[in-house]
Design a protein around this ligand. Sequence first.
Ligand code: IMP
Ligand code: MG
Length: 483
Amino acid sequence: MKDQQGRRTQYWCHIEFKPSCKPLSLPPPAAYVILRAVVSQVRPHTREGRAQAPEIMPAVVVVGSQWGDEGKGKVSDYLAFDADVVVRYQGGPNAGHTVVVDGHEIQLHLLPTGIVYPDKISVIGNGVVVDPELLVQEMEDLKKKGHDVRGLRISSRAHLIMPYHRILDALQEEGLGARKIGTTLKGVGPAYMDKSARVGLRVADLLDKETFRDRFLPVLADKNRVIQGFYGREPLEPEPIIESYLRCGEYLRDYVTDTSYLVNDAIRSGKKVLFEGAQGTLLDLDHGTYPYVTSSHPIAGGACIGAGIGPNRIDKVIGVVKAFTSRVGDGPFPTELRNAIGDSVRERGHEYGATTGRPRRIGWLDLVIVRYAAMLSGFTSLAVTRLDILSNMDVVKVAYAYKHKGKVLREFPDSYKVLEECEPVYRDFPGWPDIDPSCREFSGLHPNVRSYLEFIQEETGVPISIVSLGRERSETLVLEKVF
Ligand code: IMP
Ligand code: MG
């Protein structure tokens, strides 16, 4: 075919075949009916008539490499600007992503960062647990600030956080006493428990009154037996919950769809798709610091299940690394600074939980953790954030190994008891002055910042693609283009 300038172009079609009754015994096309065809790439021919390599539109996953709050909001927002579709694949309203748009701070909990751009599709995938009352509230708050939320799509398969999940979250924490997890009390853990126990309610259930009642009433009766019989608390009344949840269902109805088809169609048709992880690698249910973890899978593999895509659809995985470490909630933390340095970093960086307001625990950068995270998610590059918060210090330390009972460990221990006993092995770096947020070249960074970044690359074996120099979108140094 020729384009408007008369150049020959070649259209690449992705064609899906539906096998007819005897798929293997007849050759195509007789045996197949075309299900759908999507034009995915246009390859302009060179003058010699040979096709140039197609420009692949990447699907990119952004993952937190520490315990969450690495600055994924800033990095995701930066990348979302160039993306067509932004997908949340796990977690729930426990997340707190801070995005700064035109100097105004926006806190997102359930909504993907793409929501601040009216022309993007923002997806809440099946792997997310949705509190419908909080979601409606968050959408209304954004609308009041003048944002258009019509690009939102919510998976019909996503599970619901119910009022009893929040209550059970608190009761369970109370019961653990000193060994509590320090959850956000949003009901996330109990909602994922019910999903696994196959007694969860899903977004689709909100859309049909009868189905909702049928599924909800026996589950509530069971939960009330626990809340009243076991914990000795007041049982929950069904009718106010039914009324409120069905009202939310009506509000959300037009946004609900089977998002796995939507996301796969977008990838196939060459759209730029960003998968935005919440929390961080060490909060992963399987690979994190169990039991001090969340109940979902923030690592890159979580995007496959939580959005319904094959692993071969993911082209790039960006690990977000904060220049120091922070943690909200309980559990071991080898490089923690329980001293004036930690306090000053917390104050300078406003390191308080975006969801709970709790002060975050602060520590030096720990590359044993980042190396482990890079392995688990297959990081193709790193985005380093918050270097500005460490400026004007005499010495900045980075842990690259642990000492445990006289042995040097370079691998992250699988036991929290061992982790509790680990002593970090540090390398000291001289500090740097204030960071120039308008720097656009690696060579423009202070030499001490460069050595710090080079050490991160050497120790993790992963190149840095993005250095965040401040909170605003414009305060970003890109070393390698992501989209
Ligand atoms: P949950 O996710 O509310 O069950 O909390 C489990 C653990 O994950 C607690 O230590 C929380 O503080 C932590 N957590 C959950 N969400 C986030 C987040 O978005 N950032 C940082 N920590 C989180
Ligand atoms: Mg956060």
